[in-house]
Structure formats: structure tokens, C-alpha cells
Design a binder for this molecule. Structure first.
Ligand code: UN1
Length: 512
């Protein structure tokens, strides 16, 4: 059984928490606004947090600039060793941090623990990477010349993260940035500052034990105004932002206007194609977890099922039966599959989407609605629902961060792929089939247009080893595994002449 007050104590969450941290130094300007953080699980106040002012942000940047000068000179494998220790610290804190994620954000304890596991996994990945920040060598066209490339750290990486993965997304960015020699300033979602404070304490204890100076890890708890300061700030060469497409377009435009680099992880509108050759039992698990996991608040959540007409009715019936089994309630109780939405505003958006879907002609196979009273008194619990729709409905084209699943019927695989791609977003996609031709067509150049395309796996729950991100309105960024580290570094091409003359490239003659 989870005792939240023990968890808060263990993770160094105070009754009132400071607005920013540059490491072990925490602070806030006098008169800073104080916000109360309430849990969507039971509606209770967990703790209060001071909100950063522009002056607080300025202090964090100043400290980060100083820290970068030293951190960048620490050999990458030595930086990796410190990240290894942060991974160990996360292992030790997994139960408490997972429980706080669950309580502050509302996802099931299993998923809260899974999120901390993603942090541990990316820490391990970053440790290995710290010895593999490779560039290439090239053959010079000139005699007695050598040419190669090297990757240098960028500087201060600004991380803007969302409530739905309040800690893992920070770690995907921070662990890679740190082994690359960068320092980080993190602005977590205002909705989930407490898990961020817990992470800052965990990471900072390790940095301090290794004698690393203040400022490698900075946390600034602020609102949109702080995000705008970051986006505009030329001292932050890279802004990695996760959130809505609307937010990403604003951040991308601001960072682009100053020719900074941005890594955008924005909305998804993820579909699973279920063909007549699918294993329907496997498809069912993938679809239901994808749609109701994290109460439909993952950017990878399954929003649409594109089902072949020959299996449509049978699969719909399986879904209706499965939805009848879903237990909704306190996410810290492991008997429940689904917890609350993040807040009452999310519930209002969910209800508005259902109403709009009905107006456009959607027919509900499983009705939605807000759950009231008793265990649902926080006002954040809803029923997962299923609607039969057409792909072109405005509401179907829109990402609603809630457990609303849309069913669409198709006849040919080409039509299914067209429907799958026929939305503004391009994050995750999947096909359920045992037919090689269908699977390969889906993965081909004429197939899915998403950053993630899976066969016989649902749309959510990607492993950290692959590059994570998507196309179109999803923003084009890639983070986490593969060679995503390269965005956190600047590439330098070096040509060295060890001859006694200075021949010009392209055979140009220039004699003095
Ligand atoms: C997100 O929803 O912002 O693939 C990230 C997944 C998780 C990460 C989701 N590994 O569902």
C-alpha cells in the first residue's frame, strides 16, 4: 500500500516548494506567486509551489552558463559515469517516484513505474553513448591532408515538457544532453511540478556527490511566460519542447526566428489498421491498452481503429465486451486499469469532443460521460468510449487528449493507408496482420507517413532505443534512442594540412 506522505518526505517535497533550482541552490523572488498542486486522484492539495519570475529564470541561465564552461571539459565517458549513478539513484527511488507520478498525474501505478523505468533505460543508453559520440573521417582530395568531423556540446538545452509524461520526457532529453556535455534548464508542466522537483533532488544529489558544480541541472517552475523567455533566448541554442501542436508552432516560430534549433514532439492522431488477416485477440490488447492506457493522454494513444469490413462487426463486439471489463478508479490501486484525466478542464474538453462527434454524425458503440460521486469526487474521472465515425469529421482530425476511440471501416489496404495518413498529425501508427504483403506495403514508401510504424504492436509504449517522434503537425523532432543525440551537439568539420604547401581545394590556382 502506498503512503503518499512518506513518498513526499522521501522525495524531498516540502509543503511550499521554491520556484527554481540551479542544483542544490533553490530559490524564488520575494512575493512570487504560489500555486497549489492538487491530485486528480482525490482532489486533495498535495503541496504548493512558488512560480518563477523572469529574474528567477535569469539566475538559472547565469548559473547554467558558468556550469557549461566546466562540464563541457569533463571527458564524455566520465560524464557517462555520473549518468550511470543517476540511473542507480532512479532505481533506488523507482517505487516512490512512480507512485508520485501516479498520484500527481493520475496514470496507473504500473504506468508510473513504467515511466521511471524509461528513465532508467535512457540513463543506461546514455552511459553507453558517452563512449560513442562518433564523427566520421573523410579522405581529403588534397595530398598530405586529413579531414574528419567531431561533435562538440551545444551549451544550454532548454527542456519544456508536458504533464502526461512528467519525468520520462525530461530524462530522454537531459540524460543525452548531459553525456553530450550540455547543461539543461527544465521547465516542467505547471500541472506536474512536484515530480520535477523530486527528479531535481535525485539528480542533484548525484552531481553534488561527484563534485560537479551547480547549474548542470536547472529547474524553473513557471508558466507560459517562462517558456516564451526560453524560446526567445539566444543563450539557449536548443529548445526541446513537448506538448500541443499549437504550443509547438509558437515555440518553433520563435526559435526559428532567431535561427535557434528546436526539437518538437507534438500531437499525434495514431491509428491501428486491423486487417482481415489480423490476430484479433492480439489486436484487442494493443487497441484497448493504446486507447485507455494513461486515460488516453499519451501522445502515442490509439485514437483511431481502421478495421477491414469483413472483421469490423466481430472486432467491434470484442471491444464492447472488453470495455465492459475496464475498472476505473484510484490509479494507485493496482486493480484499476484507468485513473482520472489530469484536471477538470480536460474533462470539459473530453465532453465537448463527444458532443461535437455526435453533432457530426458519430454513433457511440460505448457511451462516454463523466463519473460522479464517491471515489470519483475529484471530478476528473470519465468513461472510456467508442464512436463509429468517418475519418473526415473535424473532431476525428483533432487530437483530444482523452479516452475516445474512433472506429472507421475500410475495404482495401490502400484505402486503409490513405485513411491512416489522412490526418494532420504523423506520430505513431500500426498494422495488425499476418500477411507479409500487407505489412510490407504499410512499411513501404507508399505506406505509413508517421515517425513510428509498428507491425503487430499497438501505437503506444515505444522503447527508448529507437528515435522517438513524428512528422507533419507532430513537429519532426526525434529524441531518445538511435542517433537522436546528434541534435544536442554541434558538428565541426576539420581539415588539417600537414604538408609544406597550401594547395587550394577544387584545384584552384592562386600564386603570389
Ligand atoms: C508521450 O506520450 O509524450 O511510446 C510519450 C510511448 C511512451 C512515450 C510516450 N514510451 O507511449
Amino acid at each position: 500500500h502506498i503512503n503518499i506522505s512518506d513518498t513526499l518526505k522521501h522525495l524531498h517535497i516540502d509543503v511550499i516548494n521554491e520556484a527554481f533550482s540551479t542544483g542544490s541552490k533553490w530559490g524564488s523572488s520575494a512575493g512570487a506567486e504560489v500555486k497549489t498542486v492538487t491530485s486528480p486522484v482525490d482532489g486533495k492539495a498535495i503541496a504548493s509551489v512558488k512560480m518563477a519570475t523572469p529574474a528567477d529564470y535569469e539566475r538559472a541561465v547565469a548559473q547554467a552558463q558558468v556550469a557549461f564552461k566546466t562540464w563541457r571539459t569533463v571527458p564524455a565517458p566520465k560524464r557517462g559515469e555520473i549518468i550511470r549513478q543517476i540511473g542507480e539513484a532512479l532505481r533506488q527511488n523507482k517505487q516512490h517516484l512512480g507512485a508520485l507520478v501516479s498520484y500527481e498525474m493520475g496514470k496507473s501505478l504500473q504506468e508510473g513505474l513504467g515511466e521511471v523505468q524509461e528513465m532508467i533505460d535512457i540513463a543506461d543508453f546514455a552511459v553507453g553513448l558517452s563512449r560513442q559520440l562518433h564523427g566520421l573521417t573523410m579522405h581529403s582530395e588534397r595530398p598530405l591532408h586529413r579531414m574528419y568531423e567531431q561533435y562538440h556540446p551545444l551549451g544550454i538545452v532548454g527542456i519544456i515538457s508536458a504533464f502526461n509524461f512528467p519525468v520520462a520526457v525530461w530524462s530522454w532529453n537531459a540524460m543525452l544532453a548531459w553525456v553530450c556535455g550540455d547543461v539543461c534548464i527544465w521547465k516542467p508542466s505547471e500541472k506536474t511540478p512536484l515530480t520535477a522537483i523530486a527528479c531535481q533532488h535525485i539528480a542533484q544529489a548525484v552531481f553534488a556527490a561527484n563534485g560537479v558544480e551547480e547549474g548542470v541541472s536547472c529547474l524553473v517552475i513557471g508558466d507560459r511566460a517562462i517558456g516564451e523567455l526560453m524560446a526567445n533566448d539566444t543563450r539557449l541554442p536548443l529548445i526541446s519542447a513537448t506538448g500541443s501542436t499549437r504550443m509547438g508552432k509558437a515555440v518553433g516560430a520563435t526559435v526559428g526566428a532567431r535561427l535557434g534549433r528546436s526539437l518538437l514532439e507534438l500531437g499525434g492522431n495514431n491509428a491501428i489498421i486491423i486487417t482481415e488477416n489480423a490476430d484479433l485477440d492480439m489486436a484487442l490488447i494493443g487497441a484497448v491498452f493504446g486507447a485507455v492506457g494513461t486515460a488516453g493522454q499519451r501522445c502515442t494513444s490509439t485514437r483511431r481503429l481502421i478495421i477491414h469490413e469483413s472483421v469490423y462487426d466481430a472486432f467491434k463486439q470484442k471491444l464492447v465486451n472488453a470495455y465492459g471489463q475496464i475498472r476505473i478508479g484510484d490509479p494507485l490501486d493496482e486493480n484499476n486499469h484507468m485513473g482520472p484525466l489530469i484536471d477538470q478542464a480536460a474533462v470539459a474538453a473530453y465532453l465537448a469532443s463527444i458532443a461535437e462527434c455526435k453533432t457530426e454524425g458519430g454513433r457511440f458503440a460505448v457511451e462516454g460521460g463523466k463519473l460522479e460521486g464517491g471515489a470519483y469526487a475529484s471530478g476528473c474521472y470519465v468513461k472510456p468510449c467508442i464512436a463509429e465515425v468517418e475519418n473526415h469529421y473535424k473532431i476525428v482530425q483533432h487530437e483530444t487528449f482523452a479516452p475516445i476511440l474512433y472506429l472507421i471501416k475500410y475495404k482495401t489496404i490502400e484505402e486503409a493507408i490513405g485513411l491512416q495518413n489522412g490526418v494532420p498529425q504523423g506520430l505513431s501508427s500500426a498494422i495488425m496482420t499476418n500477411n507479409l504483403r500487407e505489412a510490407e506495403t504499410f512499411l513501404s514508401v507508399a505506406g505509413s507517413d508517421c515517425g513510428i510504424a509498428n507491425v503487430n504492436i499497438g501505437t503506444s509504449g515505444a522503447e527508448i532505443g529507437g528515435a522517438f517522434g513524428g512528422e507533419k503537425d507532430t513537429g519532426g523532432g526525434r529524441e531518445s534512442g538511435s542517433d537522436a543525440w546528434k541534435v544536442y551537439m554541434r558538428r565541426q568539420t576539420n581539415t588539417i594540412n600537414y604538408s609544406t604547401s597550401l594547395p587550394l581545394a577544387q584545384g584552384i590556382k592562386f600564386d603570389l
